[in-house]
Design a binder for this molecule. Structure first.
Ligand code: DLZ
Length: 161
């Protein structure tokens, strides 16, 4: 969670393992594309900053965040070291927000206990558009950056265990 003391784009660069030989999958939702596009760009930029070649980053779009579960379940079967799931759900007037958030979160979490490579949780769930903008390159940094660093660390963990 981004807080007043934690910017999503800030991390200790020395804590990031080598990405040599690694490939990454990214599944990204088209809903709130202004937000998810910025998150995707952040994730790709950070992976490349740590040496991942563009050809080693597979990107697949899906209509909405709920579809991230199925896309991620397919992506983990590809030759990738980790999958980043990117979406943005913004609270509306109905309980729909809660169902999408809970369903997507549970689905992605379940993949982490049943599949061979880690799935990184890049779902932004906010009460309004401003909170989302703050987290996709705004005053709280970019959650896409955080997800990329997490993906590298988890991919390395998977190789080392
Ligand atoms: C239907 C819906 C709504 C209301 N809001 C969002 C949202 O804020 N963010 C998002 O990623 N997707 C939303 N969706 C679409 C659902 O995720 C899903 O695509 C549809 O319910 C079809 O399964």
């Amino acid at each position: 969670m981004a807080t007043i003391t934690h910017n999503l784009s800030e991390y200790d660069i020395r804590s990031v393992p080598s990405t040599e030989g690694m490939k990454f999958g990214i599944v990204v939702s088209e809903w709130n594309a202004n937000i998810t596009g910025a998150l995707l760009q952040g994730a790709k930029d950070t992976l490349q900053k740590h040496g991942v070649m563009p050809k080693d980053i597979i990107v697949q779009t899906v209509p909405g965040s709920f579809e991230l579960i199925y896309a991620a379940s397919k992506m983990v079967q590809q030759p990738v070291d980790a999958v980043i799931a990117i979406g943005c759900v913004i609270r509306g007037d109905t309980p729909h927000f809660d169902y999408i958030c809970q369903g997507t979160t549970y689905g992605l979490a379940r993949l982490n206990t049943t599949q061979p490579v880690p799935v990184i949780y890049g779902l932004i769930t906010t009460n309004n558009m401003q909170q989302a903008l703050d987290r996709c390159g705004g005053k709280l940094g970019n959650k896409g950056d955080e997800c990329a660093v997490t993906a590298i660390k988890m991919a390395a963990l998977n190789r080392n265990i």
